[in-house]
Design a protein around this ligand. Sequence first.
Ligand code: STX
Length: 335
Amino acid sequence: MSIFQHHTTHADIHAPKRMLYPPIEPFRTGMLDTGDGHEIYWELVGNPAGQPAIFLHGGPGAGCSADHRRLFDPERYCVLLFDQRGCGRSRPHASLERNTTWDLVSDIERLRSMLGTERWLVFGGSWGSTLALAYAEECPEHVSALVLRGIFTLRQHELDWFYQAGASYLYPDLWEEYLAPIPEAERDDMVAAYRRRLVGDNAAAQLEAAQAWARWEGRTISLLPPPDADHYGDAHFALAFARIENHYFTHHGFMEEGQLIAHVDRLRGIPTVIVQGRYDLCTPATTAWDLYQAMVAIHPEVELHWVGNAGHAYSEPGILDQLVRATDRLCGKED
Ligand code: STX
């Protein structure tokens, strides 16, 4: 691969798009006991003899959905998906105990050992891109390729943009609803104000905060209003999503500021495809740009695909098209 950037053209907008592979059920599922209080739901899909891959979901705290299974050719890949600590089908639900980036990196290694896989393709969008970078920088010898979408590295300005001031200028109407559970006197630090409610013992206040937090994200992640944003307000989903996100953001992802981009030298030689929506308000394009520039300075095996007519969600047509093309190319299929 060579130094590479791709921009959406007018012709691309009207061209047929790659879509998800057909719905598929796992051929194996299980619960992994981490030994420190968590049970992790995992599943395997595709061809048991196929190229190994792992899917890392977003949030943190969003869990995997059945559509995430469909980003890979099921005849060529064997894909592991798992619900990260405290969310989805993992237990205990919404738990913040022993729940850090580095606990999740250990879980990925536990799952890899369980399968006896030496190297796998690591796929992650949004928080999944954060975790993919953290894992790959910790264990580069176990990563065959990276597919990263909606790049997020939890630097202070990235968190401020979405949770304090920035995206608020583009969605003043929805921002009102995000502000609503927090009294004016506490609004100078929204993440801290939400934290008090999300970890407090007033169950009604906790749920109200969780739903407002989750809805803000659910309604702003795509260029046009998402048709199915309502499940973000689902109590079970929102409690895990809001509590876990807020916990990780309070602790800056349990990382040094800028750590993931500072350490890209550890990724030398790993083929990497970055897909970034130009109008991503959740994880703005500046982070994908910073990552790409840091990576190309070190090795040429990185591609950056700008999707000119999309926001943050992996399911937006131009983004999905690039993601499926990427997993196809990385298992040797012609584009
Ligand atoms: N959260 C970024 C993230 O990982 C700040 C993310 N945002 N929305 C999602 O994930 C879902 C669409 C997976 C809920």
